[in-house]
Design a protein around this ligand. Structure first.
Ligand code: COA
Length: 291
């Protein structure tokens, strides 16, 4: 393996940057929180003291997330709902509030993605991905805000967008479009709900492989993806989770309407499909033809 740059290692999950009571008394509802990036958010929020309602289409997966939170010593419940169904979302909030208390943090994570070229994409495939991200984020956010406003205000939303909203990549027109809409929605809702002290922020993440990732999560895949990233490695799930918890915490009361990138500078590259990043100092020629 050619190592062309040094990597900066992530802190392990059991060495969090925040005190364990940072989010004490907060109730967080995490959509798609039973696995993958949603579980990364749920674990970090629980590690910071929040109680968690994990909402997902599959009860078994949501229940697995609850067990992961309980293994940390946290408090969590599993609720079944499809984020595309506003009535199911209202019911999920009812269940969460009955079991845990008023929901004060919302993590809009639920999403779906699969590679298909735009000209071969069926209308159903387009709608499956865009409706989960756009409708789902909007329905959950508005349900959350109505409840927070009725309760006197204050709350935080964090949305899981993606770093590829600025570039797209082949086979990802549905998700790139949908996640771009989520970033736009973040700014719009932040403006509307500022008077109610509801902050809305968004994370544009790069590669954070997990067992449900389309790319896979084996060591070779992680190494190969890491080679394409200027930082020299893929993201670790706790880094993504901690950024989510930070944005929902009192550390971030001055931040709203933002989309924060965490991608090891992947966005600064021209394309996901170019070769390994070569640091300027190690190149035979800085740019242009080789001498
Ligand atoms: N490749 C191509 N098309 C696909 C597909 C795939 N892997 N998965 C779904 N589709 C298409 C279906 O063919 C269907 O289109 P059609 O009716 O023209 O055939 C359309 O998308 C809807 O599929 P359906 O399974 O009914 O959608 P759903 O709403 O039940 O589920 C997902 C959509 C994305 C949630 C589902 O595919 C899923 O659970 N994926 C795995 C989770 C995931 O995406 N993980 C990646 C996270 S980054």
């Amino acid at each position: 393996m050619v190592t062309c740059h040094k990597s900066l290692a992530a802190k392990p999950f059991d060495q969090p940057p925040f005190p364990p009571d940072l989010l004490a008394g907060e109730i967080a509802l995490v959509t798609g929180g039973g696995s993958g990036m949603g579980l990364g958010m749920a674990r970090a929020l629980a590690q910071s003291g929040a109680a968690i309602a994990i909402v997902g289409r599959s009860f078994d997966r949501a229940r697995a997330g609850v067990e992961a939170i309980e293994a940390l010593g946290g408090r969590a419940i599993a609720v079944t709902a499809d984020v595309r169904d506003p009535a199911a979302i209202a019911d999920a909030f009812e269940q969460a509030e009955a079991a845990l208390g008023p929901v004060t943090i919302l993590a809009n994570n639920a999403g779906g993605n699969f590679p298909v070229l735009a000209d071969a994409m069926s209308a159903n495939a387009w709608r499956a991905v865009t409706r989960i991200a756009i409708d789902g984020t909007f329905f959950c956010s508005t349900e959350f805000a109505r409840r927070r406003i009725a309760a006197g205000g204050a709350g935080a939303i964090v949305n899981n967008s993606a770093q590829y909203i600025w570039s797209g990549f082949p086979g990802d027109a549905h998700s790139a479009s949908a996640k771009a809409a989520v970033a736009g929605m973040t700014a719009a809702l932040a403006r509307e709900w500022r008077p109610h002290r509801i902050r809305v922020n968004c994370i544009a993440a790069g590669f954070f492989p997990h067992d449900g990732s389309t790319e896979g999560n084996d060591a070779d895949t992680r190494r190969r993806l890491g080679m394409m990233i200027p930082l020299g490695r893929v993201g670790e799930m706790q880094e993504f989770g901690w950024l989510s918890a930070f944005l929902c915490s009192s550390f971030a009361t001055g931040i709203t309407g933002e989309t924060i990138v965490i991608d090891g500078a992947e966005r600064l590259r021209r394309s996901l499909l170019t070769g390994a990043f070569e640091p300027p100092r190690e190149r035979a020629a800085l740019w242009g033809r080789m001498p």
